[in-house]
Design a protein around this ligand. Structure first.
Ligand code: ZN
Length: 118
């Protein structure tokens, strides 16, 4: 499961960012993540890995929200543009495999939601 290594990175970034916040909030409530479908991430595995790895870190007990971006491509042959839903990447118009992937490669933390100390 490559979700574990991805989650490891996310938690490192999130806990680092959290420590930098001033004043220090009480805890992390939610982490909003954007993942392009090209990464082949299984959401359930991601949530599981996150829960396991967040244990004993500042992210413990926080929620991971995953926003998935569909794969979109443009055909170099006929200029067709659209979503790729198959695991085989082919142009829906001319069936060429000569595509530019325009969306779906995203992988970043959009933001953190924290609980402020009153
Ligand atoms: Zn085409």
């Amino acid at each position: 499961m490559h979700e574990f290594s991805l989650c490891q990175n996310i938690i490192e970034i999130v806990t680092d960012e959290f420590k930098k916040l001033n004043p220090q909030p009480r805890r992390i409530i939610k982490v909003n993540l954007v993942i392009g479908k090209l990464h082949g991430v299984v959401k359930e595995n991601m949530h599981f890995a996150y829960e396991v790895l967040a244990k004993d870190t500042a992210a413990q007990g926080s929620q991971l929200e995953i926003d998935e971006i569909p794969i979109k491509a443009k055909c170099r042959m006929c200029n067709w543009q659209g979503a790729i839903t198959n695991s085989v990447f082919l142009c829906a118009n001319c069936a060429s495999g000569n595509l530019d992937i325009e969306e779906g490669k995203e992988f970043y933390i959009k933001d953190l939601e924290v609980e402020e100390d009153e």
